[in-house]
Design a protein around this ligand. Structure first.
Ligand code: GN1
Ligand code: MG
Length: 729
């Protein structure tokens, strides 16, 4: 898009944006085709490197949509969510939360504490204060900045090796200690003057050292934290290239006076000033935009104030694409009206209030609904967090967090079951109930987590809303799942987990299970349905997939063999999982040991080769299951071997010779079958699988069929590997 007639650095200018970046900046011309901005002032979107929260949310809540959306509307287009001095697990949770937000972009995190001085803790919780711990810090992903007190033991080594921008703050350090820290690599002062030893004519402290070494200084220019004269003193001393305006905003920002939680303590906001119960100022309740305007009102030129909240912070955190209007920079822009108020916000080339807003509205509606439904399920504590979990092609999954009275957090999974796919979800819940209680008895002694579905106030482990929407709630398991996996160890472990799962169900009476989806892995039936869809061609899409149809016709016989063997009694029915994508195994975060197999909707009588094959299809593919570039798609035989070692290692004793001999065929069968299912859904109008874009099912189908083709070529090798693995057990 091209925005014409923008007032940029005092001149009328046309700015072109492509793929989220600025690609041309030219003097305004009458010939330019584009959106006429009528002389509005344009400035870069603001970059806040120090903000804890806003709109009722805090970084420590570990979900960012509300913050991101509020910040965007208030001119901050990217930010470092800033953590508080709290326990390691709480901080880690923040770094692992979803960053798929609709507003201001998350550039990484700023960790403020726990490596700070007791004396200058300010509003930080002293319970968690400690010396710098390099190993701990390095285990937290994407920390762009860290505030530390350099007088603490180990800080020089930490500064040299932590790999993040180090900012000196919450510190009682003297001048020399700060000089040493700066020589070791510290580059900034955190909220200068606030929470540090003051400047004294014989004891210049951190501020004297920063001045001497000309490092960056953060300043909260809300008019409360610093006297206007001090703001100007910093500006005159450090200049626009070194002074960074921050908001240090907390969750009350954008809300009124009241009592709020901040870093595990109560904060009282009165007349827009946030204080702890003992009176310390606790972050600001101003947006960065307010701070910029305040700084300008103190007499700093507006352009300079803007620069100190855009380019300068971006430079400090080494993000040269942010905070500037230049060819090649990210198109994060603010359009201002004649009173220099924000009129429009553009992030990555898109207006924040238009399309992205729809997503935000949906998010808010989903959240409200989830909270409403959660009340029916006896949840305990106060609601503090919500996130959509983008996993699975069928059900909709949310995570909800509730703060308990003792301060701990209890997390739940809430799912909306897809009743187009699962026609009788009550039967599924009965299956799952039986299977989980069977499994619970088996895993209890290993001290592993177990799945548990909560009961509603009506006594059922599900809730049917308005006779149509089917809800269920289960315990959140704090562990990691993998969508793709390059580690052979993890694959082996996943194989072992699915193998173990099958063993644990070997003494489970299959007769007691409902068939939740009839003919789920009946491949000949699936193929038959496919050819009916081709014939009906209700969406007029069949002509475009002739090659795929021919491939399926050619291999229909081969792909039907396993089902026929089962019908002839040559291979046994077992109780199987039937949806063995490796992201359905959760692993311990630290040890990497498999913890639990989840997603039990399709546990039914089935074939061991299907469970084996489905996992191979997903995890031993060199690309994702919906990779559009088919040249990237193939079977990785090393991964095949690793998974086989795990799976067969656990099940070999129970498997029959026919089963072992058809393991490789199982992988080929399930891959063709899924290709057929995706393509059927494409032909019948995308009713079954959730799609992210128009041709998603077609792309998925092509990817599966390409993978099947590669497997057919490698069939002998796959079979050889299977025998080697069996021999090695
Ligand atoms: C579906 O919901 P999810 O993503 O776990 C599907 C599987 C497919 C898989 C392909 C009930 O599983 O059969 O293999 O997508 N589940 C159902 O990604 O149809
Ligand atoms: Mg599933």
């Amino acid at each position: 898009m091209t925005l014409k007639n923008l007032l940029f650095e005092g001149k009328l200018t046309d700015i072109t944006i492509e793929n989220g970046k600025i690609t041309a900046i030219a003097p305004a011309s009458a010939d330019t085709v584009g959106e006429d901005c009528g002389g509005k002032t344009v400035i870069p979107g603001l970059v806040d490197i120090h903000t804890h929260g806003c709109a009722g949310y805090d970084t420590m809540d570990a979900h960012f949509e509300e913050m991101s959306s509020f910040l965007a509307k208030n001119g901050t287009t990217s930010f470092l969510p800033t953590t508080m001095t709290m326990d390691y697990d709480s901080i880690r949770r923040v770094t692992e939360a979803s960053r798929d937000v609709t507003g201001a972009q998350i550039l990484g995190f700023h960790m403020e504490g726990p490596y700070i001085a007791m004396k200058y803790k300010g509003a930080q919780n002293e319970k968690f204060i400690k010396d710098p711990d390099l190993e701990e810090f390095k285990s937290l992903p994407d920390m762009k900045m860290v505030t530390i007190a350099p007088e603490l033991a180990g800080s020089i080594d930490f500064i040299k090796n932590c790999g993040a921008v180090v900012s000196i703050g919450h510190t009682a350090a003297d001048y020399q200690e700060c000089i040493d820290a700066i020589d070791a690599g510290a580059m900034c002062l955190t909220h200068t003057f606030n929470a540090m030893s003051p400047i004294h004519h014989r004891n210049p402290g951190p501020i004297g050292a920063a001045c001497e070494k000309n490092i960056y200084v953060q300043a909260i220019t809300d008019g409360l934290h610093l006297h206007p004269a001090i703001v100007k003193l910093l500006y005159k001393t450090f200049g626009v290239e070194r002074m960074v305006i921050i908001s240090d905003s907390m969750r009350a920002t954008g809300l009124g006076d009241g009592t709020y939680e901040f870093g595990g303590q109560d904060i009282i906001v009165k007349d827009s000033v946030a204080r702890t119960l003992d009176g310390a100022i606790a972050g600001s309740t101003s947006t960065l935009w307010t701070c910029v305007k305040r700084a300008a009102s103190f007499g700093i030129p507006f352009e300079d104030a803007v620069r100190m909240a855009t380019r300068t912070p971006a430079d400090l955190i080494h993000m040269p694409n942010k905070g500037r209007i230049e060819v090649g920079a990210d198109a994060d822009l603010l359009l201002l009206d004649e009173h220099l108020e924000i009129e429009k916000v553009i992030i990555a080339g898109e207006y924040v209030h238009s399309e992205t807003c729809e997503r935000h509205k949906k998010y808010l509606a989903d959240k409200e609904k989830a909270i409403e439904i959660s009340k029916i399920f006896h949840t305990k504590g106060e609601f503090v967090g919500f996130e959509t979990i983008n996993q699975g092609n069928i059900n909709v999954t949310y995570r909800l967090d509730f703060r308990q009275e003792d301060g701990s957090l209890k997390q739940y999974i809430l799912q909306k079951v897809n009743t187009y796919v699962f026609k009788n979800p009550v039967e599924i819940m009965q299956n799952i109930g039986k299977v989980t209680s069977h499994l619970r008895n088996k895993v209890r002694r290993f001290n592993k987590p177990a799945l548990h579905f909560y009961k509603t106030i009506y006594g059922e482990n599900y809730y049917i809303e308005d006779d149509s929407t089917f809800w269920r709630m289960e315990n959140y398991i704090d562990a990691v799942g993998f969508d793709t996996c390059d580690s052979l160890d993890i694959l082996r472990n996943a194989g072992a987990a699915f193998g173990e799962f099958q063993n644990q169900l070997s003494d489970f009476d299959a007769e007691t299970l409902y068939t939740t989806i009839p003919d789920f892995h009946n491949t000949p039936k699936r193929i038959e349905t496919f050819f009916e869809a081709v014939k009906a061609d209700e969406c007029g899409r069949a002509a475009s997939v002739q090659k795929e149809i021919a491939f399926i016709r050619e291999y229909a016989g081969l792909a039907s063999e396993l089902t026929k063997m089962q019908e002839r009694g040559e291979v046994p029915l077992r109780v199987t999982h039937n949806d063995t994508k490796i992201n359905n195994v959760l692993f311990h975060r630290v040890t990497g040991a498999p913890q639990i197999v989840v997603d039990l909707d399709t546990v039914m009588p089935g074939l061991a080769m299907h469970d084996f094959g489905d996992a191979v299809r997903f995890a031993a593919n060199t690309a994702r299951e919906d990779e559009p570039d088919l040249s990237k798609v193939s079977l990785d035989l090393e991964k095949y071997r690793a998974f086989a070692e795990g799976f067969i290692g656990k099940t070999a004793d129970a498997l029959t010779a026919n089963e072992i001999n058809t393991m490789a065929l199982g992988a080929i069968t399930i891959t063709i079958e899924l290709g057929v299912r995706f393509l059927t859904d494409y032909l019948t109008g995308d009713k079954y699988f959730k799609i992210d874009y128009a041709d998603h099912n077609l792309v998925r189908a092509r990817c599966q069929l390409r993978l099947a083709e590669d497997m057919l070529e490698k069939r002998e090798e796959m079979e050889k590997i299977t025998s080697e693995v069996v021999a090695g057990v």
